[in-house]
Design a protein around this ligand. Structure first.
Ligand code: ATP
Ligand code: MG
Ligand code: FE
Length: 346
């Protein structure tokens, strides 16, 4: 069966096509993304109205490109999955409306699926089916969560999440302080390669004995970086951008991997999946690989292209939801900008 996935929760219009095989494995056939990120760069963050309009313009061309790439026709599709949330209301609406139109016109089932679960499900396209139970560290622009995944199609439990900024948000804000472009993840990752991660001891938030075990906090770190840069500027010093970037990145990677390993041990889970935009970070996957090897945990990190928003992740999750025989959405369902991760499909 062929499943089309449509993603429009933020600033990427994504269309993915996958094949669900009889043994429930999922094969990637096409993954086309149109991004409006350049239109938001000068604002330092996504402008919702601009994103919605860009989705509207990009949707049909992106669908057509995906079918061209896969060498398929619209009539080959057996089911459609679309991001139902969480995300920007107006942006989600464009994808949901498009998905409903295709589903109605083609007379095929429609599934409204969770964007965050999609970030995890995408790993099955690269590394095959998930084990019976695994831990997922979801690190993206809007979310930072530790999740216990018993069934990617229906059963996800939240162990902890950020109490303030998401990891990606911290990257974007620190990039701004350092005069690096938006989005901040890639340029900080690059600058950090030339810097020393031990140069500056930035704080590791929420790692004290009294802190909630699996929650995160990144706003203190972001403020510490801003203060450090300000005081260096006041002294008339040049900012060692590479060292600041590397030290900030080390603090983020340290806390994320420390808590993930702790959660895996405590819950007796031997597989860790790291996903979401920040999973594209080179130091995070490097440190996670080291610490997982020490702890005897199998680490799975999708390739960077699959970590950031795309349609393939929604198609992959849709395929798992179809394979599990979950109910389809009715054609009058609405997007939910605050959809919790526990609700995998609606
Ligand atoms: P959410 O999934 O929570 O709704 P989102 O969809 O906007 O948010 P993603 O596309 O998953 O988020 O990730 C975008 C974030 O990933 C941005 O904050 C960006 O800075 C960050 N990011 C991208 N590449 C890297 C990298 N190499 N290192 C660190 N962060 C990165
Ligand atoms: Mg984006
Ligand atoms: Fe995302």
């Amino acid at each position: 069966r062929i499943i089309m996935g449509i993603e429009s929760s933020c600033d990427e219009t994504g269309v993915g096509l996958v094949r669900l095989h009889d043994d429930d494995t999922v094969e990637l056939l096409a993954d086309e993304v149109a991004s409006s990120v350049d239109q938001h760069a000068r604002f330092g963050g996504v402008v919702p109205e601009v994103a919605s309009r860009a989705h509207l313009e990009a949707m049909v061309p992106t669908v057509e490109r995906a079918f061209d790439k896969a060498g398929l026709k619209l009539s080959d599709v057996d089911a459609i999955a679309v991001t139902a949330g969480p995300g920007l209301a107006g942006a989600l609406l464009v994808g949901v409306a498009a998905a409903k139109a295709y589903a109605a016109a083609l007379d095929i089932p429609l599934y409204g699926v969770n964007h965050l679960a999609g970030h995890i499900a995408v790993d099955t396209l690269q590394h095959g089916p998930l084990p019976e139970r695994c831990l997922a560290l979801l690190v993206s622009g809007g979310h930072t969560q530790l999740l216990l995944v018993d069934d990617i199609a229906s059963e996800i439990t939240e162990l902890g999440s950020t109490v303030d900024d998401a990891a990606g948000e911290a990257y974007d804000k620190v990039a701004r302080v350092l005069g690096l472009p938006y989005p901040g993840g890639p340029p900080i990752d690059k600058a950090a390669k030339n810097g020393d991660g031990a140069a500056i001891a930035f704080p590791r938030g929420m790692t004290g004995p009294r802190d909630a075990k699996f929650d995160f906090s990144f706003s203190g770190l972001k403020t510490a970086v801003a203060r450090w840069v300000e005081s260096a500027e006041r002294r008339g010093e040049d900012i060692p951008v590479d060292d600041v970037a590397a030290s900030f990145q080390e603090a983020v990677a340290d806390v994320l991997t420390m808590k993930a390993i702790r959660a895996a041990k405590e819950h007796g889970v031997d597989t860790l999946v790291i996903s979401g935009g920040v999973a594209a970070n080179s130091r995070l996957s490097e440190l996670a690989a080291e610490r997982c090897a020490e702890a005897g945990i199998t680490l799975r990190v999708p390739r960077p292209r699959l970590c950031t928003d795309n349609g393939a992740m929604i198609a992959a999750l849709g395929a798992h939801v179809v394979a599990a025989g979950r109910p389809r959405a009715s054609l009058d369902f609405s997007a939910n900008p605050a959809l919790p991760v526990q609700i995998v499909s609606i």
